[in-house]
Design a protein around this ligand. Structure first.
Ligand SMILES: Nc1ncnc2c1ncn2[C@@H]1O[C@H](COP(=O)(O)OP(=O)(O)OP(=O)(O)O)[C@@H](O)[C@H]1O
Ligand SMILES: [Mg+2]
Length: 237
């Protein structure tokens, strides 16, 4: 079943075409990687899907409902969660409080939000930080905390923007394991990532952007051997 459909989406900022005529689908239960060089238009596409920007042309659908044009809070309510490229955590609040900020929106009471917050911290292997301030956590732990926060609204689709950037190999593995656990809970994932060794082994499909356009789409092993993709990353030389 198609969960997300991106249909001929263009996003212009004045004369800049950040996204140009991009189409792709994501099926329920899939992990899809959205990759491409710096400035390719990946975060802009996330902003269009999550209501932070509106496509200049084209449409976006979640489970048959048009989401292009909705506000971020409306996108969140129909099941689109996201993390931000620069991790946003409330530094002086505890890990549990950070997650509860989102959880109170969808749980009927504070105790229910707290209980749900605990479950999310366990899912991202951060339960031991429940009472500790976010400021005391490493970057890797703060990234997983940001993921837990984005899960607090109970999304059907989670957009993750470079959650593996700057992590060492064992931290990347922890994040990869976290993503797999999220998918196994039935939450579909669209992941923007430069850390290809993190995304390639877990993605069902990779979509490649370059200069705002989609230049490739397919299974990771096919895309990573595509001469057009290699040229986009390494240059024609
Ligand atoms: N609000 C904006 N106003 C003007 N130009 C923008 C805006 N947002 C993005 N752009 C431009 O659109 C293009 C795509 O940017 P975007 O942030 O989507 O790329 P990206 O693929 O996420 O890059 P990176 O890998 O560096 O995060 C860039 O040229 C950027 O400067
Ligand atoms: Mg970006």
């Amino acid at each position: 079943m198609t969960l997300l459909r991106v249909e001929k989406v263009s996003k212009r900022f004045g004369g800049i075409c950040a996204n140009e005529d991009i189409s792709f689908d994501l099926d329920a239960g899939q992990i899809v990687g959205l990759i491409g060089p710096n400035g390719a238009g990946k975060t802009t596409m996330f902003n269009c899907i999550a209501g932070y920007a509106h496509p200049t042309f084209g449409k976006i659908w979640l489970d048959g409902k048009e989401v292009s044009g909705l506000r971020p809070d409306q996108c969140a309510r129909i099941g689109i969660g996201r993390t931000f490229q620069v991790a946003r955590t409330f530094h002086s609040m505890s890990a549990l409080e950070n997650v509860m900020v989102g959880a109170v929106l969808v749980n009927r009471s504070i105790p229910a939000a707290r209980e749900y917050g605990w479950k999310l911290l366990e899912l991202v292997s951060l339960a031991k930080f429940a009472d500790k301030p976010a400021a005391s956590m490493t970057i890797s732990e703060q990234r997983r905390l940001a993921v837990a926060r984005s899960l607090a609204i109970k999304p059907r689709l989670l957009l993750m923007d470079e959650v593996m950037a700057g992590l060492n190999p064992s931290e990347v593995k922890e994040m990869v394991d976290t993503v797999k656990k999220i998918r196994d809970k039935g939450i579909s994932c669209l992941i923007v990532e430069h850390v290809l060794e993190g995304i390639m082994p877990i993605a069902d499909k990779i979509v490649v952007l370059d200069y705002g356009r989609k230049i490739a789409e397919g299974p990771p092993e096919v895309v990573s051997n595509d001469p057009v993709v290699i040229a986009a990353y390494l240059g024609d030389e």
